[in-house]
Design a protein around this ligand. Structure first.
Ligand SMILES: NC(=O)c1ccc[n+]([C@@H]2O[C@H](COP(=O)([O-])OP(=O)(O)OC[C@H]3O[C@@H](n4cnc5c(N)ncnc54)[C@H](OP(=O)(O)O)[C@@H]3O)[C@@H](O)[C@H]2O)c1
Length: 231
């Protein structure tokens, strides 16, 4: 897809992978709607608009889409489901509210945002949804059961949706990064972001690559890791 002039939505645009993706999309000429709870600090661009949206709230998601269509136009061709969080802890003693927060954000948010944009993409017979899963969605990790379960769910959702909408000209790509240097680890005891991790720009670069593939060439699912992580 040629991204010039296309409308792209990125959830969780304030920092990390989401913010890097917004910047990469702007550099490719897209008009970008950042959906999130917090605006990206200092990001001012004539093709960027921030719309307040907690992805856990389906009404907020449909309002953000209405505002995006009104302010950036109807040509919504890209959705990057990036907003997400992890909470660590053993299963015995894991708080119900924390479990629900992980699923409401990572799984239900991805569903709400995808469901909202699909009618537009189907009408255009074109579009591309990128879902950010994780290595944690490919294998279990001790003390990360809730996060892993949510990311396995994102992969199952992506694989199913890909088959559901491919004949409408819509691509669905699921990417599973390993450790990436963001604020993700701030609330995860025992791990801190470090220079041996991938950079958010690395992940954003791969997202752009996937979006720009020729129409009949589709990246369905990819795992990516730092070559030499900190030991
Ligand atoms: N970093 C890694 O190693 C890694 C590896 C694999 C996958 N991932 C995934 O990559 C994605 C981005 O994470 P990151 O590493 O860039 O972490 P991050 O720096 O913590 O950024 C997370 C983003 O998600 C937003 N967010 C969280 N809850 C939200 C909600 N309810 N509604 C809207 N936005 C919400 C945050 O917004 P606020 O600023 O408002 O909180 C923030 O913009 C996540 O899905 C994460 O699971 C990360």
């Amino acid at each position: 897809m040629d991204l010039t002039g296309k409308v792209a939505i990125v959830t969780g645009a304030s920092k990390g992978i989401g913010r890097a993706t917004v910047e990469a999309l702007l550099a490719r000429g897209a008009a970008v709607a950042g959906w999130g709870r917090t605006a990206p600090e200092g990001l001012v661009h004539d093709r960027f608009k921030f719309f307040e949206c907690d992805v856990r709230d389906e009404n907020a998601v449909s309002e953000a889409l209405t505002s995006t269509l009104r302010e950036l136009g109807p040509d919504v061709q890209v959705l990057v489901n990036n907003a997400g969080l992890g909470i660590a802890g053993p299963v015995d003693g894991f708080k119900t509210d924390d479990w629900k927060l992980i699923f409401d954000t990572n799984v239900h948010g991805t569903f709400f945002c995808s469901r909202a944009v699909l009618p537009h993409m189907k009408r255009q017979q074109a579009g591309h949804i990128i879902n950010i899963a994780s290595i944690a969605g490919t294998t279990g990790i001790e003390n990360m059961a809730g996060y892993c379960a949510s990311k396995f769910a994102v992969r199952g959702f992506s694989q199913s949706l890909f088959k559901e909408v491919r004949n409408d000209g819509i691509k669905v790509t699921c990417i599973s990064p390993g450790s990436t240097q963001t604020n993700f680890f701030d609330d995860i005891p025992g791990t801190t972001a470090n220079d041996s991790m991938m950079s958010p720009a690395d992940i954003a670069g791969f997202i752009i690559y996937s979006l720009e593939t020729p129409f009949n060439f589709h990246v369905v699912e990819v795992e990516m890791r730092p070559l030499q992580p900190k030991k």
